[in-house]
Structure formats: structure tokens, C-alpha cells
Design a protein around this ligand. Structure first.
Ligand SMILES: Nc1ncnc2c1ncn2[C@@H]1O[C@H](COP(=O)(O)OP(=O)(O)O)[C@@H](O)[C@H]1O
Ligand SMILES: [Mg+2]
Length: 510
């Protein structure tokens, strides 16, 4: 069901190119008069979505409604829609006026005529020169180019050319203006100016704008509604404020604005643990659920404390400081983790600060668990990976293509360079079905207690917590009981490693 005042409704719209789904079951209702922005990285399907609205592409599946009517099969020129592209595609041999008037001169509009017999008929007629003049003048006024109507296109700046392109698109008085990264070719200063001007034009015209960009700041500045996309799918739809303050997942949080994102675990009602510390929060998730948390830099409250502070607040060291005009931006280390903070207060690099975060500023997001990820693992002197204080045999040659290990235990690349990975920080990943559980304590490498069991339809998902409070999530066909102590066996080839930082720093100098 579309919402009220809906001008465009995409219903289960998909587009497949050569067997690849680039727009994946999109459902979106756009309200009349709104400034809507499709936001997402390059290749996520923004342009394809826009082209389907314009009618340049047919959806492979689903339908598109305009004011409640199915227009899926209506050709582009019959849709009350016009598009402004990143590359303006102006006619270089025509002046400003003729570029804007071009479409109008070709256009035929329906007029009522009465024939000799007195019967009313609809005839299609060209616009008169006077009508064209009035329309062009109005369009040029909206884009603030009245004075330049006789100028050659080639004498205009990029910003001015883009305005001509916009004038040409709005001169037909479309109900919907589609804008595909229209400011992409402009320099930063011009882009900022045009952002504000586009917003003004939107207000003056009162029509619906559907805008495409990969620039989150642009989206936040201009839009009434932002649609965040990822690989052809809509992730979240909301106002800029909603999307900034309440991102639905880590992808959106990361895409919108600067943020600190951590793996976290619910450790009780309205209590969440991350960075080794338990915080109060306001989002209610199940105890033991794995979640992502987002902390915006401006929400990290710092207070200077002495280096040997032993209160119950989390502490951090300031390692970097940049003055940003109104506030400072600090990079802090909490053990091996970074947190970015903004504050108008001045601290010094090297200061130890305690950290407070208001419960309502801890944004908790549902996490789709697809594997176990240990971002704080490291390699020991036996080339084992240490997770939760426990060494596991692993294959470190995966850290470097075409490498092997020599008799001295160094990793050797194809050119004979040697690397000593003792103490190297790595991210270890283990898939959920690669961990074997046993109640025989001698079977596995590490032990833990089952803290939760969820039935997933055809298997159980079990969470096991070690003494070091590290969690392992395991998909298993067997049923276990909460509080069982189990031993876990992980095969060497099932541990995927990624080195943190450049391998060059581990090279052994001969
Ligand atoms: N006509 C086409 N034929 C085949 N693949 C296409 C075509 N148009 C777009 N694609 C592919 O579809 C995906 C989405 O493209 P696009 O909608 O242009 O993304 P965006 O505008 O978000 O950068 C890309 O992988 C692109 O290569
Ligand atoms: Mg595009």
C-alpha cells in the first residue's frame, strides 16, 4: 500500500543485467514535493533505479506507479519526468537561450479546438515564440542566469553550465526532476554553493526532486528523505537526522558521518559491553546477543584524570589532536582500540582521560552474525594465532601470497625476503560451522561455558564464553544445554587470518 500523497511508488522492483541483480526487490514510496536522495557507494544501483523511474530502463521485475497509475511500460517521453546528468550534455554550438529552448521548440502541446461543425477536438500544436520566451525566462530566473541568455556555452564556467542543464530540464515543467550526481564534475567550493542553490530551486519549484549521490554530506545537507543503498538493496529510509542518529546497521552508520563502531555484547538488561567496559544503554536487546554499537565522536565525553586513575570509568590516552575550527578532534587509544572524539575543551596529546557516554548516545544495532571475528588476535613465536589467550595452530602463509615458512620459522616471500611475525596483530575469522564441540575436555584446544542456545530451524546456534570472556558462536546439529562446559576444536585450515598493517614492518633486515 503506498502512502498518502505518493507520487512515485516502486513496488518489488528488480533489475538484472546479464544474470547479475543490480537492483534487488526495491520498495520505495516517494511523497509529492519531497527532496529524496538515493545515497550509496558507486555501483550500488542508484543510476539504474533512477533510469527505471525515467523510463530509460525497464524493470526485470516489479512495477512503478506514478500518482497511483502503473507506468512501468510507459515510454520516457510520456512521463512527466526530466533528468539532469552529471555530464551536462549541452549543445556547444548553441547559446544559453537556445539550449534551454531546444526541447520546447520540438514539443507539441494539446490544445482544444472547435471545428466547423462545432465539435471540440484536441490538436497538438507547437508552442508560440511568445510562449517559449516566457517559459525560458522563467527557467533561467530560477537558476539565476537571466543575464546570460545570449552567451555561448563554451564561455561559461562549470557551475554555470550545470545551471543551464538544470534550466533545460525544468523548462518542460516536469512533476519530477531526477538528478544523477549533477554536481560531481564541479570543484568543492562550487559544489557547496550549488547544493544550497539546488535546495532553493527545489523550494521555488515545489516539485519532487529525486537526487542521486555517493556523497553523504551532500545527502545530509539537501534531502528531506535519504534512501541508503547497498548492492542493489535499500538499507534504510529516513530523514537525515533519523539516519544520522539511528542508523539501522553498521553499514549505514559507517556511510553516514564519522563514527566509532565496535563489536559488542549485551551483558544484561540495558547493559552493553564493548572495549572491555560495560555501559548503560537505552536499547533493549536480549542478554548475550552480539550487537554493533555506534558512538558519534561528539558524544564521547572526556575528563582529564591522573595516569594511575583506578576508578570504574573507562580510560583512554590521547594520541592525536587536530583543531577543526570550532572543536578539537582527538584520537584516543583504549588498549589497542581507537576511539575518535570531538570536544571544544582542550586536552594535550599524552593526557589520560576518563570516558563517559550518555546511555542514549550509545546506538545499538542488530548484528547479522555470519562468522566469528576476533579483531584482537596476534601471532606468537611459534607461528600460532592467539585468541582469547589461547594459542591455535594456523597457517600464516595465507598472510602473503606465494610464501612459505623456512627452517627458522620465518615467513619467506617468493623473492626470498624474510618476515618475523612474532607479536604481529591480526584479525582471525572462523566460520560458525568450523568449530567442533565436545564434552571430552581433552579433545579441543579451548574450553568454555554455553551461555545461549538458539534453534535456527534445522540446527542450533550455540554461544560459548571462555574464561577470558571471549565468545565463540557455533552452528551445530546436536543439542546442548545452557551452562554445559564444552571443549572446542578448530582445525588449522579453518582459521582465516588478516594482518593489521603493512607486512613490510615485519621484514627481517639481513
Ligand atoms: N546497461 C548495463 N549493462 C550491464 N550492467 C550494467 C548496466 N548499467 C549498469 N550496470 C551495472 O549495474 C551496477 C549498478 O550500476 P549503477 O546503477 O550505475 O550504480 P551507481 O549509480 O550506484 O554507481 C554496476 O555493477 C554496473 O556495472
Ligand atoms: Mg551512478
Amino acid at each position: 500500500m503506498e502512502k498518502e500523497n505518493c507520487i512515485i511508488s516502486l513496488q518489488n522492483v528488480s533489475k538484472v543485467f546479464d544474470g547479475v541483480t543490480v537492483v534487488d526487490n526495491v520498495n520505495l514510496d516517494i511523497t509529492k514535493g519531497e527532496f529524496v536522495t538515493l545515497l550509496g557507494p558507486s555501483g550500488c544501483g542508484k543510476t539504474t533505479t533512477l533510469r527505471m523511474i525515467a523510463g530509460f530502463e525497464m524493470p526485470t521485475e516489479g512495477k512503478i506507479l506514478l500518482n497511483g497509475k502503473d507506468i512501468t511500460k510507459v515510454p520516457p517521453y510520456k512521463r512527466p519526468v526530466n533528468t539532469v546528468f552529471q555530464r551536462y550534455a549541452l549543445f556547444p554550438h548553441l547559446d544559453v537561450y537556445d539550449n534551454v529552448a531546444f526541447g520546447l521548440k520540438l514539443k507539441k502541446v494539446p490544445v482544444k479546438v472547435v471545428n466547423k461543425k462545432g465539435v471540440e477536438k484536441i490538436k497538438f500544436k507547437h508552442l508560440s515564440a511568445k510562449e517559449i520566451d516566457a517559459k525560458v525566462a522563467r527557467a533561467l530566473k530560477i537558476v539565476d542566469l537571466e543575464e546570460l541568455e545570449n552567451r555561448d556555452i563554451s564561455t561559461l564556467s562549470g557551475g554555470q553550465q550545470q545551471r543551464v542543464a538544470i534550466a533545460r530540464a525544468i523548462v518542460n515543467e516536469p512533476e519530477i526532476l531526477l538528478l544523477d550526481e549533477p554536481l560531481g564534475a564541479l570543484d568543492l567550493k562550487m559544489r557547496k554553493e550549488m547544493q544550497l542553490e539546488l535546495k532553493e530551486m527545489h523550494k521555488k519549484l515545489g516539485i519532487t526532486f529525486i537526487y542521486v549521490t555517493h556523497d553523504q554530506e551532500e545527502a545530509l545537507t539537501m534531502s528531506d528523505t535519504i534512501v541508503v543503498m547497498k548492492t542493489g538493496e535499500i538499507q534504510q529510509v529516513g530523514t537525515p537526522i533519523d539516519i544520522y542518529n539511528e542508523p539501522i546497521n553498521a553499514y549505514v552508520a559507517n556511510f553516514i558521518g564519522e563514527s566509532n563502531i565496535y563489536n559488542a555484547t549485551m551483558v544484561g538488561k540495558l547493559k552493553v559491553k564493548f572495549l572491555g567496559h560495560t555501559f548503560k544503554c537505552v536499547d533493549d536487546f536480549k542478554t548475550n546477543e552480539k550487537v554493533d554499537v555506534v558512538i558519534r565522536p561528539e558524544d564521547v565525553e572526556m575528563k582529564k584524570v591522573s595516569k594511575d586513575y583506578d576508578g570504574d570509568k573507562m580510560t583512554a590516552q590521547i594520541v592525536n589532536k587536530i583543531f577543526k575550527g570550532i572543536h578539537y578532534e582527538y584520537v584516543l587509544m583504549i588498549g589497542k582500540n581507537e576511539i575518535v572524539a570531538q570536544s571544544t575543551k582542550e586536552f594535550a596529546v599524552g593526557d589520560t582521560v576518563s570516558i563517559d557516554i550518555e546511555p542514549s548516545n550509545i546506538q545499538i544495532m542488530k548484528k547479522e552474525i555470519t562468522k566469528n571475528v576476533y579483531p584482537e588476535a596476534w601471532i606468537n613465536k611459534n607461528n600460532q594465532v592467539v585468541i582469547s589467550n589461547e594459542p591455535f595452530d594456523c597457517d600464516i602463509t595465507q598472510l602473503l601470497p606465494n610464501s612459505h615458512i623456512d627452517d627458522d620459522g620465518y615467513l619467506v616471500d617468493k623473492d626470498g625476503r624474510r618476515y618475523d611475525l612474532n607479536d604481529a596483530d591480526v584479525i582471525a575469522e572462523i566460520s560458525l560451522d568450523a568449530i567442533e564441540l565436545s564434552d571430552d575436555h581433552d579433545v579441543g584446544q579451548i574450553e568454555g561455558t554455553i551461555v545461549s542456545i538458539v534453534y535456527k530451524g534445522d540446527h542450533y546456534q550455540v554461544m560459548i564464553r571462555t574464561e577470558e570472556e571471549e565468545d565463540f558462536i557455533v552452528d551445530t546439529l546436536y543439542s546442548w544445554n545452557e551452562n554445559d562446559i564444552v571443549s572446542m576444536l578448530i582445525k588449522k585450515e579453518d582459521i582465516k587470518l588478516t594482518l593489521k598493517g603493512d607486512i613490510k614492518k615485519y621484514e627481517v633486515q639481513q
